[in-house]
Design a protein around this ligand. Sequence first.
Ligand SMILES: CC(C)(COP(=O)(O)OP(=O)(O)OC[C@H]1O[C@@H](n2cnc3c(N)ncnc32)[C@H](O)[C@@H]1OP(=O)(O)O)[C@@H](O)C(=O)NCCC(=O)NCCS
Length: 138
Amino acid sequence: MITYKVGNIIDYQQFIELLKASTLGERRPIDDEARMKRIVEHTNLMVTAWEGDLLVGAARSITDFAYRAYLSDLAVRLSHQKQGIGTELIRQTKLAIDPKAVVVLLSAPKAAGFYPKIGMEHHPRAYLLRNEDDLNQS
Ligand SMILES: CC(C)(COP(=O)(O)OP(=O)(O)OC[C@H]1O[C@@H](n2cnc3c(N)ncnc32)[C@H](O)[C@@H]1OP(=O)(O)O)[C@@H](O)C(=O)NCCC(=O)NCCS
């Protein structure tokens, strides 16, 4: 049986272990412990999925709880994927914020088919700034 918990109850080492077990570790700075510690400590909405004492999934968001929740990481242990856990982590994230607030995310390449499948809306106007020098001077 899988149980879901809302709250910052895992530390960065548990989070790194989950990222590795889900394969998302390939795309996150898991070898930079100081950065991973900041990532976890500054998260203000963490939903976790548990099978007993085993952490099997997490949805990590930054949110104002009233308007937007930026879902930064969604990871489910490889051994537990395709059982509805990823979908439920997103549902619990949505339930934790104001009903009128919206969950926003950028998909990892491997998960691009997942979000439309579970009913999320594609938004064509997402923008990234990787380097401040890329900004045009006025
Ligand atoms: C993407 C991920 C979170 C999905 O979690 P999950 O628990 O396996 O998802 P669910 O079981 O809720 O899947 C719901 C549906 O989407 C499908 N699905 C799951 N992963 C998919 C993927 N990567 N691409 C397309 N469809 C996918 C499932 O088969 C299921 O369909 P079904 O109802 O017809 O069986 C999980 O596969 C994962 O952790 N992947 C590696 C890390 C990653 O890429 N995370 C996303 C970062 S943006």
